[in-house]
Write a protein that binds this ligand. Structure first.
Ligand code: UDP
Length: 400
């Protein structure tokens, strides 16, 4: 199990606790960084709203299903990076109910003992899924072992809602947008079980950001220079070095003071971080490893270059950060591009040279357009999403 926080019930003298703490089991898997980030955001908010609760987050696919399926999370980054067409085919074919249902049934049959053990040991009062692949594996087992335990799903995709998110036996499904609710209704889910509060992001995004110059200093950036943030999800996916190359060259232009600095999240890719740190650059380039304080870093930045990750887009929107999207994971992220571009909060440009020209135009000659995009991004943001989702889940729990 990844994380357990058995926060003890407040032991006030002379007071006998009659209600045992609520046990919440959150099911996620580390395919990308978004599911874990959402799971942690929900965990923190459950504990804020119900300090007596005990919350356990598990990586169901890695730790509670059988080989070889348990290897999917470990191979996911390589698969989506190196074999995107194969991934798109897998995503599309499993979206057909006959294929998705029978594949899940096979994995469930082979993993039943492990899933049953997890449910018996965790003995949850509430199960929360933040991953589409876990629902078909767990819901039928839970229905047999603990039929009174509510199972809810918090969808952590923005545009492309894979049907495996939408198991009909979910007590409730929390979706990111009204459009996603329509998709779920078209799949036969009843409206009263569907809610649209936004995508769960960390509590720090709901707090007022620090002074921008201070935030830039904290990341080793020049406090006075506009900053372009480059990232590719939790796994650092995409042609990040080529993009930084093209941008540095374009921003350096014909010499003179650089109009902007570039901050790059290399994430777990230590080699990329070292390479970027060793190279001489014509404009300031600050490579970082995995960043915990994403809210501050987004606030320190003027423009985000990213793949179309749902978590990143939801966070950047709350921070009013315009987005230039260079790519997307086929399948689940394709519709995220439309979510951003149709709202006017960003642009899609996969070619590094053209993307660099766009960055230069927005930062140097067309600041008014950049400001307009920032306003549209902010309008997309749902900074209370996590609080509202948790409040709604807790309010709907059967009373003891
Ligand atoms: N993230 C982070 N620190 C990093 C890189 C990424 O906290 O150094 C977080 C990011 O803020 C977002 C998540 O990882 O919450 C990435 O999720 P997204 O859905 O954008 O992409 P995924 O990694 O799931 O493909």
């Amino acid at each position: 199990m990844l994380h357990t926080d058995p926060t003890p019930a407040p032991a006030r003298e002379g007071l006998v606790m009659t209600t045992p703490p609520l046990r919440i089991l959150i099911l996620m898997s580390r395919t990308g960084g978004g599911h874990l980030a959402s799971a942690r955001a929900l965990e923190a908010e459950f504990l804020r709203q119900n300090p007596q609760a005990s919350v356990t987050i598990v990586d169901l696919l890695t730790d509670h299903i059988s080989f070889p399926f348990s290897r999917l999370p470990r191979t996911y980054d390589t698969l989506v990076n190196r074999a995107p067409r194969l991934w798109r085919a897998m995503w599309s074919v499993t979206a057909r109910p006959a294929v998705g249902g029978s594949s899940s049934a096979l994995v469930r049959r082979m993993s039943r003992g492990k899933i049953e053990r997890l449910i018996r040991e965790a003995a949850p009062d509430l199960v929360v899924s933040v991953h589409p692949l876990v629902n078909d594996l767990v819901i039928p087992v839970l229905a047999r072992l603990a039929p009174a335990t509510p199972y809810v799903t918090v969808v952590t995709d923005l545009g492309g809602i894979h049907p495996l998110w939408l198991h009909p036996d979910n007590a409730a499904i929390y979706l990111p947008t009204a459009k996603a609710v329509e998709t779920a209704m078209a799949c036969g889910l009843p409206k009263h079980r569907l809610h649209a509060h936004g995508l769960p992001i960390r509590a720090e995004f709901a707090a007022a950001p620090p002074d921008r110059a201070e935030a830039r200093r904290a990341f080793g950036l020049d406090p006075a220079l506009p900053a372009v943030l480059v990232m590719g999800g939790g796994g650092g996916i995409g042609p990040i070095e080529a993009i930084v190359d093209a941008m540095a060259e374009t921003l350096a232009g014909s010499g003179g003071a650089p109009p902007a600095q570039i901050v790059v999240i290399a994430g777990k890719n230590a080699r990329l971080q070292a390479r970027l740190a060793d190279r001489p650059w014509p404009v300031p380039v600050v490579p970082l490893g995995f960043v915990e304080r994403m809210s501050d870093l987004m606030h320190a930045s003027d423009l985000l270059i990213t793949k179309a990750g749902p978590g990143t887009i939801a966070e950047a929107s709350v921070r009013g950060l315009p987005m230039l999207i260079y790519g997307f994971i086929p399948g689940q992220e394709a519709a995220n591009v439309d979510h951003v571009v149709q709202a006017g909060a960003g642009l899609f440009e996969p070619d590094p040279a053209r993307l660099a020209a766009e960055v230069s135009a927005l930062l140097v000659t067309d600041r008014a357009r950049l400001a307009a995009m920032a306003g549209k991004a902010r309008a997309l943001g749902r900074d209370r999403a996590t609080q509202d989702i948790v409040a709604s889940i807790l309010a709907d729990l059967p009373k003891a």
